[in-house]
Design a protein around this ligand. Structure first.
Ligand SMILES: Cc1cc2nc3c(=O)[nH]c(=O)nc-3n(C[C@H](O)[C@H](O)[C@H](O)COP(=O)(O)OP(=O)(O)OC[C@H]3O[C@@H](n4cnc5c(N)ncnc54)[C@H](O)[C@@H]3O)c2cc1C
Length: 410
């Protein structure tokens, strides 16, 4: 299948279900370099934790942090970031090749993903020069970890209702309020926090994005236990927390623009590894169905085929988005539907796998020890919430893709 002018294509790898992606001659040397490095370094405890972790899965945290540092030492974090901030300065195609090779060997999910995929690109796009020089190198060196402080008890889907206040006090901002669901919050050294700096403002106006250090008396981070029994996310209480006056990303009063730019950083590069994980799960599902003799049941067979088709559609959708991005085009409507499709289909896949596993699928080990299948299914239930809930995704598709009348706004 031809993808674009770069000659990237995908072919069967001759091993049944798997597919080999070839991104074309221009990046073949680079691909080999990535492959060689991963073969040499993904060993020992790193190899023992292949496929462990996820965007909201804190499993094997310390090993994954050590792995991130290994990647950093090899110069593999920030492949596309400019060299002056510690990156490799390569292009989008190399970033995609790296992510693909990384996913192909099922390397552990990077613990620093929040800063790498969200804050870093936000700073590169909207941050001042001093901020980039101060914050980007420690992200790539895995010296400082970050949390995203957007959601509040009264502001999730409706982020414009943010109430956390920030006021100027000389050379500092003083921040008070509550944030919630901060992924990997208990590990965060810094937070990027959406605040209201104009007390008389409403909705999207008068908001400001601030970078706030967590190591101070005004910041209290309390873990929240998730369905998989992990203290993955946290609620954050800010009580006269202080940060330097110049740690505003973008402009004062323009925090909404900065926040939307961050939420808009959703690229095919990060979806591709996730999609390969789903494909592995679908393969395991077919193995399990075969083991249980479930392939003889026409109803189950139909659902299994449906699950398999879903992961193939995800792959094709991602490849389409990647092809458009590498060709310098704005991704089409399929990119807008990808999150809704992937999250709902992943849940369905997990539910089917749980059903096929029978009663054994519901028995947990000592100390609520979950196996990979159980953890994946339970964590998939949050996928239709974070990053914009399914209802919000449907609103976006309805309004922006299908051109339906806008939802009434109060
Ligand atoms: C695992 C996980 C990790 C997260 N990590 C972070 C993080 O690191 N940082 C951060 O800031 N936040 C994070 N979040 C928060 C996440 O962004 C919010 O949960 C999400 O935006 C939904 O907001 P809410 O929970 O306040 O639900 P609400 O907005 O209160 O929504 C409740 C229900 O109403 C529906 N609804 C709301 N508005 C509409 C509408 N206009 N039309 C139709 N239906 C609607 C929603 O779809 C949902 O079903 C995380 C959440 C989860 C589950």
């Amino acid at each position: 299948m031809e993808l674009d002018g770069n000659g990237a294509c995908m072919e069967h790898d001759g091993k049944g279900t798997g597919m080999e992606l070839d991104f074309g001659p221009a990046v073949r040397d680079f691909r080999d370099e990535v492959r060689d490095w991963l073969a040499d370094h993904l060993v020992g405890e790193f190899a023992a934790n292949r496929g462990v972790g996820g965007p909201t899965d804190g499993a094997a945290w310390d090993v994954r942090l050590a792995w991130d540092r290994e990647l950093s030492a090899g110069g593999w974090l920030g492949v596309g970031w400019p060299q002056e901030y510690g990156g490799r300065g390569l292009g989008l195609l190399e970033e995609i090749v790296f992510e693909y090779e990384y996913a192909r060997v099922n390397a552990p999910y990077r613990a620093t993903v929040n800063a790498l995929d969200l804050l870093g690109p936000m700073l590169l796009a909207m941050g001042g020069e001093a901020q980039k020089r101060r914050f980007l190198p420690p992200i790539l060196a895995v010296e400082e970890l970050w949390g995203q402080g957007f959601s509040e008890p009264g502001a999730g889907s409706d982020l414009a209702s943010v109430r956390t206040r920030a006021e100027r006090d000389g050379a500092a901002w003083v921040v008070s309020g509550q944030k919630v669901w901060t992924s990997f919050g208990i590990h965060a050294d810094w937070l990027y926090v959406l605040t209201r700096t104009d007390p008389d403002s409403r909705r999207h106006k008068g908001l400001t994005m601030l970078l706030v250090p967590t190591d101070q008396p005004g910041v209290e981070i309390r873990p929240i236990r998730n369905l998989a029994g992990q203290d993955e996310f946290a609620e954050v209480f800010l009580s006269d927390a202080r940060t330097d006056a110049d740690l505003v990303v973008g402009e004062v009063g323009q925090g909404w623009r900065t926040a939307m730019a961050t939420l808009g950083i959703e690229r095919g590069t990060t979806l591709l590894p996730q999609q390969l994980t789903f494909e592995r799960e679908a393969e395991a599902l077919i193995g399990l169905a075969r083991e249980r003799g479930a392939l003889d049941d026409p109803m189950l067979r139909r659902r299994i085929v449906d699950a398999w088709i879903s992961v193939r559609i995800m792959r094709t959708t991602n490849l389409r988005t990647i092809a458009e991005l590498t060709a310098g085009r704005t991704p089409g409507a399929q990119a807008t539907t990808a999150k809704l499709y992937a999250s709902t289909r992943h849940q369905r896949l997990g539910q089917l796998a749980t059903e096929l596993a029978g009663p054994a699928g519901q028995i947990v080990g000592e100390d609520y020890g979950l196996d990979t299948r159980q953890r994946s299914f339970l964590l998939s239930l949050a996928e239709t919430i974070y990053g914009g809930s399914s209802e919000i995704q449907r609103n976006i598709i309805g309004e922006q893709v299908l051109g339906l009348p806008k939802e009434p706004r109060s």
